[in-house]
Design a protein around this ligand. Structure first.
Ligand code: SF4
Ligand code: SF4
Length: 334
């Protein structure tokens, strides 16, 4: 049975369980390692020790547990995933089970593209500015041109999105990043910098962030290739500026650290110190013994991996088109 049918069947199974009140994640994010070749000032991860990473067999066990749980989308990140020599094998295992995406800083992308291109449904390449701004924020000269070369090569064979974090240092370049995405014929997705305790505090000021979000919303309305939903930007404005919060559902996303442990309730509140390895625990039981209600009104971060699924509604035709129909179309194309 093809991956598309598998994902549809898993989604139906999860929906049936949800009818009886169970909570199940359908998106997984997995940090393959913390090590990175770049040194972004707002990033807490490259500062951490990796510890013993999962073997390929452990990665497979982890993925099988996630299939049982009903996960349909798997996103790999780091650190820099291309630093793992077994990345192609890990992606191959994932691609036969899930819709598979990867976040990379793009440094090694052009050189390693052929080894991963057949196992990826979507690729995110992080860019935090154009030219010198990106190099300064990433802490390594030449990182912009390497990422750009990688995007140009990858976008010929895989759907690609630029992934950009809005900080106090680059908010004025958000429009330039959208222009760059248009020029390179790729999408662009934005995150708002979160002030982790273990990294430089770089969230934009309230006034600057509001202006930047309004500008991006306007560009999206005029057809700019911005992946974030209109509701994503509008929810941030409503909550952080008008006191009308969104209902956070962190249980829809499971994050797994480099040791294979689920990070609960979400990686912002936990800042990545997981507990048990996912294949050695009863995830359904863990998920349904959590008191998720206490996080509903948190509204502390605007990480799209949590906020976008929290906002999704079958009653919103625009979201159903962007998130479901366009995704099905991409499977059918494959
Ligand atoms: S490229 Fe990514 S993982 Fe590496 S330091 Fe920057 S934000 Fe962190
Ligand atoms: S708003 Fe962010 S920090 Fe708060 S529970 Fe949701 S995902 Fe976690």
């Amino acid at each position: 049975m093809g991956i598309f049918q598998n994902v549809v069947l898993r989604t139906l199974k999860r929906k049936i369980r949800e009818l009886s009140g169970e909570k199940m994640p359908f998106i997984a994010g997995h940090k393959l390692l913390y090590s990175c070749n770049l040194r972004c000032s707002m990033c807490p991860f490259w500062r951490r020790e990796d510890g013993k990473l999962l073997t390929l067999e452990e990665e497979r066990k982890m993925m099988d547990s996630l299939v049982d749980l009903g996960v349909s989308y798997m996103g790999f990140e780091g650190g820099e995933p291309f630093l793992r020599r077994d990345l192609p094998e890990i992606l191959r295992l994932s691609h036969s089970r899930f819709h598979t995406s990867l976040v990379t800083n793009g440094w090694m992308l052009k050189e390693k593209l052929n080894s991963v291109k057949d196992y990826l449904d979507y690729l995110f390449v992080s860019l935090d500015g154009v030219g010198e701004t990106h190099d300064r924020l990433r802490g390594v000269r030449g990182s912009f041109s390497k990422a750009r070369e990688g995007i140009e090569a990858a976008s010929k064979v895989i759907p690609v999105s630029i992934n950009s974090t809005i900080t106090s240092e680059n908010s004025s370049e958000a429009g330039m990043i959208v222009d760059l995405a248009e020029q390179l014929n790729v999408h662009v997705s934005f995150q708002i910098a979160y002030n982790y305790s273990a990294a430089e505090k770089m969230s934009p000021s309230a006034v600057t962030l509001k202006e930047t979000i309004m500008k991006l919303l306007e560009m999206k309305k005029h057809g700019a290739p911005i992946v974030d939903s209109r509701e994503y930007f509008e929810s941030i404005l409503s909550s952080w500026y008008n006191g009308v919060g969104w209902k956070c559902k962190p249980w829809l996303t499971i994050n797994i650290d480099p040791q294979g442990r689920a990070v609960l309730p979400c990686y912002v509140l936990n800042e990545y110190t997981g507990s048990e390895k996912v294949w050695e625990t009863d995830l359904r039981k863990t998920w349904n013994s959590m008191d998720w209600k206490v996080y509903e009104n948190c509204n502390r971060c605007a990480l799209s991996c949590y906020l976008e699924p929290s906002l999704f509604s079958w009653r919103n035709p625009g979201m159903v088109k962007e998130r479901i129909i366009d995704n099905i179309a991409s499977y059918v194309k494959i």
